[in-house]
Design a protein around this ligand. Sequence first.
Ligand code: FEO
Length: 181
Amino acid sequence: MVPKKIEEAFSEQIKHELESAYIYLSMAAYFDAEGFEGMGRWMRAQVQEEVTHAMRFYKHIIERGGHVKLHPLAMPQQDWQLPLAAFEAAYKHEQFITAKIDDLVKLAQAEGDHASRTLLQWFVDEQVEEEASTSKVVQELKLVGNEGRGILMIDRELGARTFVLAPDLAALYAQPAAAGA
Ligand code: FEO
C-alpha cells in the first residue's frame, strides 16, 4: 500500500509533470508559428516525454493500491521574444522540477518508503539530463547570438530529436492480446 502522504505528493507531481508538458506544448506552438521547425519538433518530443513522467507516478500509485487525484493545470506563457528566451525559461522550469523531485526524495526518506525511493532515483538521474539538455541549447543560442545562420543550424540539429517510449512503460499503452490469439 502506498503511504497517504506519498500518494498525495505524487498526485501533485503528476500535475507538475503535466504542466511541464503544457508549457513545452506552448513553446512548440510558438516555435512552429515562428517557422523554427526543428525547435518545434524538439519541444513536441519533450511534451511526450513529460507525459510519460506523469505516467510513471500514475503507474506507481495505482500498482500500490492508491488513488490518483488530478489537479487543475496552470495556464502556460504563450509567447517569447526569442528562441533563447524560451529555452532559458525551459531550463529554469527544469530546475524547478528538480527541486520538486528533491522534496519528494526527502518525503520518501521520512516515510521510510523504499519503493518510492527507487522510483525517485530514476527521476533524480533524469533531472540531471533534463537540466543538461535545456542548458546546452541555451549555451548554443547564446554563442550564436543574433546570427541567423547559426540559429538555423541549431534549429536543424534540434529537429533530429524523436520521442521513443521507454520499454518499461510500453505495457501501459499496449493493446490487450486478442482472445484466442
Ligand atoms: Fe519531467 Fe522535464 O521533467
